[in-house]
Design a protein around this ligand. Sequence first.
Ligand SMILES: Nc1ncnc2c1ncn2[C@@H]1O[C@H](COP(=O)(O)OP(=O)(O)O)[C@@H](O)[C@H]1O
Ligand SMILES: [Mg+2]
Length: 327
Amino acid sequence: MLPAEEAAATAALTVSEVGVHFGGVAALTDVSLRVLPGTVTGLIGPNGAGKTTLFNVISGLQSPDRGSVHLFDNDVTTMKPHRRARLGLARTFQRLELFGSLTAGENVQVGLESAVKWWEWRRLGRSFPRKRRAALPDDAGVGDRESGGPGSVAVATSDRLLEGVGLAGLGRQQASAMSTGLARMVELARALAIAPKLLLLDEPGSGLDEAESQALADLLVRLAAGGMAVLLVEHDMELVMGICDYIYVLDFGDIIAAGTPEEIRSDPMVQAAYLGVMPEGGTLVGHGVPGREAVRAGEAELQRIAAASGRDGPPGGAPGFEPGGGR
Ligand SMILES: Nc1ncnc2c1ncn2[C@@H]1O[C@H](COP(=O)(O)OP(=O)(O)O)[C@@H](O)[C@H]1O
Ligand SMILES: [Mg+2]
C-alpha cells in the first residue's frame, strides 16, 4: 500500500478538495483535512470562514459542489446524514439543538432510543413544536425508571451519559431552564449516545464558564484517549491550544495553516490574522498560549476584519433551544 493510501485508510475522516458556493459566495474553496482516531483535531478561523459549512458537508446536511468526504474508507460524499451516523458520526451544533420542553435526561434518551437523531432535528422542529414529550413516539420505550420496562434501561443509560459529561443527578432538569454551559453538555451527552467514532463539535465552549471549559477539555481528552476522533471548532484559544493534537486554520473558505498547536501559535499568518498578535519591530511577540484577555482582543480584531470584509459577525443573542434553529 502506498503511504498516501495507508494514511487515507487509517483516518477516521478525510476531506478532500471540498468546495461549496452559496450563490456568488464561495463558503469553501478547496478544503482538505484529516482527523485521526484517538486525536482531538482543531478547526479554527474567524466568523464566516466556513467552519460550520464544512461541518454540514461532513455530516451530510450540505452537498459540496466538488471534492469528497470519507469516513474511514467509506466514501460518504453523497450519503444521507443518518447513514453517516450509522458509520459512527455524531455532531453538536453551534446553536444548541435541544428540546427545551424536555428534561436533560429525555433529550439524551431521544438520541438513545427513538429514531429521532440529530439529522432529524430540522424536520421535527416543524412537526412537533414545543409540546412536552411530543417528540417521543409512544413506542419509543422511554419510560420512568420505576416502570421496569425497556425505558428504564434508557433512563439508566442516559443517566450514565449525563454523569459522563459531569451532569450527574441533573437528568430531571428541564433543558430550557439550564444554563448554556450545562445545556451544551446535555447536547454532547446526546451526541455520545450513539457511541460515535467521529465526533464533530461546533463551538462547544461558547457560553461555558472557566470551570465548565476545563471540564469539557478533560472530557474531550478522555474521549480521544479512548480512541475517538474529535474534530473541534472552537474560538476559545486556551481550550484549543491546550487539548488539540493538530490544528487546521480556515480563513475565507481556505485552509491557510495546519500543524501542531506550537506550529500554529508561531505561524506569522495565523498570529496576524487570527490570534490578534501583531509583529512588533519586525519580530513576532506572544509565542505562549494567549491568555483570555489576548484572546478577547484577538476576537475583537477578527470581528473588525470580518465586518470590514462583509462577512458575518458573531452569532447574535443567546443560543436558542428551538429545534430547527440556525446552525
Ligand atoms: N445557507 C447559507 N446560505 C448562504 N450563505 C451561507 C449559508 N451558510 C453559510 N453561508 C455563508 O458562508 C460563509 C461561511 O459561513 P459559516 O460556515 O457559517 O462560517 P463559520 O462557521 O466559520 O462562522 C459565510 O459567508 C456565510 O454567510
Ligand atoms: Mg460557525
